[in-house]
Ligand binder design. Structure first.
Ligand SMILES: C[S@@+](CC[C@H](N)C(=O)[O-])C[C@H]1O[C@@H](n2cnc3c(N)ncnc32)[C@H](O)[C@@H]1O
Length: 291
């Protein structure tokens, strides 16, 4: 296993995933009652966009870089704001003006985004099995009594930490997709986790490369008949080759009732900014009907 998210941090797929995550966290934070975040594949938490890995691919320039260079209508800007505030928070030089893409140096991963939106009463569990990455994660999370950084395998965490005692919250399942069978593991992980905790919000990220594998995965989720399952598909370009990512998708179980509409607004605007050749499109639909 040699996946390193540092090559991809802040790319279009991170943007899409983190916008979805932030809208869910913003919804959870509207009520005083505490919530739990379980991030099963947490990554390093903070990424140096000027570092060797990020510079080698330059992927962030077409992701967070393109977002910062764009202008959005107020309705979209409002939806993006909590995420951009988390980006500003790790870029002190950009604190006054986040449109200054030149001041962008670091990009927060899902754990730091969760930390930014969590209140004192909320609890956060971050699992990361790669030792060096986990050490970086612990450092970027810092001393935070709300958060635990664990070496627990993310798939096992779905059994060990669900249901959480808060009985509300979100589970982010974001594996590297470098090993065969990841789609299958993810479908099984969701089905098992949902059996333990049927009312939790689940967010599963997946790459769109091999469209047949994606279709099989979605059919498997459909067969499980988990109610209220939304599929969000963000195509950056038409599929041309099986080994290149043409887009990404997210399965969201039990989305807040506001989410589909918010994503339609925010992600449609982002297709125009992130997909520069006009081939980008957003597709959203219920895999199982709302009930
Ligand atoms: C796509 S990255 C996570 C990105 C992060 N969720 C974010 O949005 O910023 C996947 C991470 O999972 C870690 N990982 C791989 N297998 C794992 C496992 N079985 N359990 C927990 N973490 C794992 C990898 O080392 C990698 O850092």
């Amino acid at each position: 296993m040699n996946y390193r998210h540092a090559f991809h941090a802040g790319n279009f797929a991170d943007v899409v995933k983190h916008v979805v995550l932030v809208r869910i966290l913003a919804y959870l934070a509207k009520k005083e009652a505490p919530f739990r975040v379980l991030d099963t594949h947490a990554g390093a938490g903070l990424y140096d966009l000027h570092g060797e890995e990020a510079q080698r691919t330059g992927e962030w320039e077409g992701g967070i870089g393109a977002v910062l260079a764009a202008e959005f209508p107020p309705a979209v800007a409002t939806l993006l704001e909590p995420w951009l505030a988390a980006v500003r928070a790790v870029n002190p030089a950009a604190a006054d003006d986040v449109t200054l893409a030149g001041a962008l140096r670091r990009y927060p991963g899902s754990p730091l985004i969760a930390q930014a939106l969590a209140r004192p009463q909320d609890r956060l569990i971050f699992c990361e099995t790669v030792e060096g990455v986990r050490a970086a994660l612990a450092e970027s999370v810092g001393r935070d009594g709300r958060a635990k950084v664990l070496a627990t395998d993310g798939w096992q965490a779905l059994q060990a930490y669900l249901p959480p005692k808060e009985r509300r919250g979100v589970v982010l399942i974001d594996p590297p997709f470098e090993q065969p069978g990841e789609f299958q593991r993810m479908a099984e992980g969701l089905i098992e986790a949902h059996r333990r905790w049927a009312t939790g919000i689940y967010v599963l990220w997946y790459p769109i490369k091999d469209v047949r594998a994606v279709d099989a995965f979605r059919r498997e989720i459909e067969r499980a008949r988990i109610p209220k399952t939304l599929n969000v598909q963000f195509d950056l370009r038409a599929v041309r080759q099986i080994d290149a990512m043409s887009g990404c998708g997210l399965i969201v179980v039990n989305p807040p009732f506001t989410l589909a509409e918010e994503l339609r607004t925010a992600l449609s605007a982002l297709t125009r900014v992130l997909a520069t050749d006009g081939e980008g499109r957003l597709r959203m639909g219920w895999l199982t009907p709302e009930r």
